[in-house]
Design a protein around this ligand. Structure first.
Ligand code: MSP
Length: 472
């Protein structure tokens, strides 16, 4: 059976992972874990984008071979994902031999069919984005994302025909055959496609050695995005055009950040249309994490390190803070002070304290009372609806309504005063709280897998546990 197939972007292997990479990957992991609860199961792909000018440049400044650079960075990413409990099914690297062979075969296939032809490319290029720029993309002559003046390029290059599929792509997006979500991003892409005739895309580089050579002209290497996009197919075992399309395909969700929406919504589907491979079902674009209202940067001194988060808040604390950082698709502002408050309020006091109070009162001695089917169904349906929009923050808020309801109930009924005088009422109120906690634990499984397991275990044994220590 085809599993729910979800991908993260493959991250550039030129620098260590940061909170933005972690955000996208943790959201993808929660979605994958959520879908694994169904019979259909899920497949989560993540990995590394290891070719191109940007990596070549970095290796040169470090005075090491590019392969050595990417091996080291890939190890850092993989170790971080393991620490964060990312349940990836494959970790693809674009320097894998199998991937390179499939990309090479795809290039040859498109060249043989005339979809790729020899031409010249003239224009501006930002190596930071590894993307072509038009004058209107620039601010004061610089790329706004990388604050650098793009290079003027004029060179012989192999080009991929784009406009032949423009109408088909536009129609697929308008009709949601290829869903782009949230809706605001769909509107952006639709208006871009309506307003611009797509120029053919340069898919080769003469001056970048660190890449996959074109099989029909080894003086050139593949444009890094052409190489990178195919990871979504090679990562599930695709060996090239004409071969079998793996069962996982089409991707149910490509989860990305809004910075790489345009390329995903235009270049990638057109590559697939040329290759005769079905389009992905959906592209979900997330907003960016900002720190104190600004993009994080070393010079501003506002960088929140992912290791720092893990050290302070632990694995599930960090996952919680990322997953609840804000509405999916919108930019999210975080500061260390606000994170500490949120952790203490929601996790240490909200959930952790509730669990230990209820366990102290009745754990192991009182049996829990099942939450009614209608309540269980109502909450599950709410969580499910939010997860359909990848809105993990809203899904968690639904679960926290349940936690708050329990805390309020505890304060209002004060069961500790009933223990001796009204033992039956005491038992039923604790039973009810235990049942709701059990439901909260089940619902939390995809988000905070370790804590969900601990809650389940503690409710079974009655052992009092401290789920989240307060932090300063
Ligand atoms: N290698 C390309 C993607 C190729 S996919 C075929 C790339 N890599 S990247 O390392 O720059 O990662 C970009 C992604 O990291 C963004 O799309 C987003 O998912 C994530 N983030 C990077 N900074 C971010 C924030 N500040 N906040 C949230 N996510 C951001 O682009």
């Amino acid at each position: 059976m085809k599993p729910f197939y979800i991908t993260t972007p493959i991250y550039y292997a030129n620098a260590s992972p940061h909170i933005g990479h972690a955000y996208t990957t943790v959201v993808a992991d929660a979605l994958a874990r959520f879908h694994r609860l169904n019979d259909r199961g899920a497949f989560l792909l993540t990995g590394m984008d290891e070719h191109g000018g940007k990596i070549q440049e970095k290796a040169l400044t470090e005075g090491i071979e590019p392969q050595k650079l990417v091996d080291g960075v890939a190890e850092e990413f993989r170790a971080l994902w393991e620490k964060l409990d990312i349940s990836f099914d494959n970790f693809i690297r674009t320097t894998d031999e199998k991937h390179k062979r499939a990309v090479s075969a795809a290039l040859q296939y498109l060249y043989d069919r005339g979809a790729i032809y020899k031409g010249t490319y003239e224009g501006l290029y930002c190596v930071g984005c590894e993307q072509f720029k038009s004058e209107s993309d620039l601010r004061e002559g610089k790329c706004p994302d990388h604050d650098r003046v793009p290079e003027k390029m004029s060179e012989e290059s192999y080009m991929l025909k784009m406009s032949v599929f423009q109408d088909e792509l536009l129609e697929s997006i308008e009709t949601d055959r290829l869903k782009i979500r949230p809706e605001q991003y769909k509107r952006e892409v639709v208006s871009f496609l309506r307003g611009n005739e797509l120029a053919d895309l340069s898919v080769s580089r003469r001056n970048v050695e660190w890449g996959i050579p074109l099989p029909f002209d080894p003086e050139h290497t593949s444009y890094v995005w052409f190489d990178a996009f195919l990871n979504y197919l090679t990562g599930i075992g695709w060996e090239g055009p004409g071969g079998k399309v793996p069962v996982q395909w089409p991707a149910d969700i490509h989860l990305i950040g809004k910075d790489i929406l345009r390329v995903h919504a235009v270049i990638w589907p057109i590559m697939l249309l040329h290759l005769g491979v079905e389009l992905p079902r959906a592209i979900f674009a997330g907003g960016h994490i900002l720190s104190g209202g600004k993009k994080m940067s070393k010079s501003l001194g506002n960088v929140i390190g992912i290791d720092d988060l893990l050290e302070r808040f632990g694995v599930d604390g960090t996952r919680y803070l990322l997953l609840s950082a804000g509405k999916f698709g919108k930019d999210m502002d975080v500061t260390m002070e606000a994170l500490v408050d949120k952790y203490n309020n929601d996790l240490a006091n909200g959930l952790g304290n509730l669990l230990s109070r209820v366990l102290t009162l009745g754990g192991g001695k009182i049996s829990s009372e099942d939450v009614s089917d209608s309540e269980r169904e109502r909450i599950s349906a709410e969580v499910c609806a939010r997860m359909k929009e990848a809105d993990t923050a809203a899904a968690l808020a639904e679960i926290w309504n349940l936690v708050e309801e329990c805390n309020k109930y505890l304060e209002e009924t004060k069961p500790w005063l009933l223990r001796d005088k009204e033992p039956e009422k005491f038992a039923s109120s604790i039973g009810l709280l235990l049942g709701k906690l059990r439901l909260a634990g089940e619902l939390l499984t995809p988000f905070l897998p370790q804590s969900a397991g601990k809650i389940k275990q503690a409710l079974k044994t009655g052992e009092k546990i401290i789920l989240f220590e307060r932090v300063k």
